[in-house]
Write a protein that binds this ligand. Structure first.
Ligand code: AP5
Length: 226
């Protein structure tokens, strides 16, 4: 199963992708996480990406596409994968098809996590992330047991630089500029499914699992739904 999770910032792509990857035994590929990791260790890629990210702008396609090619070469992707945060525009969607074609692969399903602006702003402005294991928390929706400390690994929780209110607004603007072409692209090849992502994490997760299962049941070639 090769799955794309689309949706605005804060729709819950990362939260859902982490759980799905565990439940369905798939690799989780988050371009945002890979970029943040590069920024944190000061790599060349990180240095080039940092300003774009802090302003809530997209990192140039050539950099992100190359990064994705490298990630797809890793062995864990053989079992299938979930893309979270990629593609972000039509150009990336077309590049992805070319990349996968050259690897004799294709996307099975694209799920759009539809979310309202009020929910997005509430989620992003309260999000906390673990510096060490990248787990997601939320000040009120999903608080950690100990203030500022990750439940999973004891790492320090921090607020992402791009989760400041002004940057959130710009990220939403950028998203809206790109989204219709992207959705039209996936609507054309009938791979796109949309669900409301404003509900509880478990509810959204179960809806996604149902879509994956329906897809697999309807595709005789599909080796797994999980
Ligand atoms: P990226 O990290 O991909 O950010 P994003 O797409 O803006 O998405 P977020 O991570 O903000 O939100 P999410 O949908 O994953 O929500 P989450 O699950 O965390 O990208 C960051 C930057 O990197 C970009 O702006 C760009 O600069 C660059 N970049 C990345 N990919 C790129 C690409 N392909 N091309 C170019 N540039 C790229 O949830 C948010 C919060 O809500 C959490 O606190 C969570 O606990 C909570 N929550 C989640 N679901 C629920 C729920 N159902 N109920 C209650 N709370 C919930």
């Amino acid at each position: 199963m090769r799955l794309i999770l689309l949706g605005p910032p804060g729709a819950g792509k990362g939260t859902q992708a982490k759980q799905l990857a565990r439940n369905l035994d798939l690799a989780h590929i988050s371009t945002g996480d890979i970029l943040r990791e590069n920024v944190a260790r000061g790599s060349d890629l990180g240095k080039q990406a940092k300003d774009f990210m802090n302003k809530g702008e997209l990192v140039p396609d050539e950099l992100v596409n190359q990064m994705l090619i490298e990630r797809l070469k890793e062995p864990d992707t053989k079992k299938g994968f979930i893309l979270d945060g990629y593609p972000r525009n039509l150009n990336q969607a077309k590049a992805l098809d070319e990349i996968l074609k050259s690897m004799m692969m294709q996307i099975d399903l694209v799920i759009d996590l539809d979310s309202s602006e009020a929910v997005i702003i509430q989620r992003l402005s309260g999000r906390l992330v673990c510096r060490r294991c990248l787990a997601n928390f939320h000040k009120t929706n999903m608080p950690s047991k100990k203030d500022g400390i990750c439940d999973n690994c004891g790492g320090q929780l921090y607020q992402r630089q791009d989760d400041k209110r002004e940057t959130i607004k710009n990220r939403l603007l950028v998203y809206r500029q790109e989204v219709s072409d992207l959705m039209n692209y996936y609507r054309q090849n009938a791979k796109l499914k949309r669900i409301c992502a404003d509900e509880d994490v478990e509810v959204v997760l179960n809806k996604i699992i149902d879509l994956v299962k329906n897809y697999s049941d309807a595709s005789p070639d599909s080796k797994r739904w999980g």
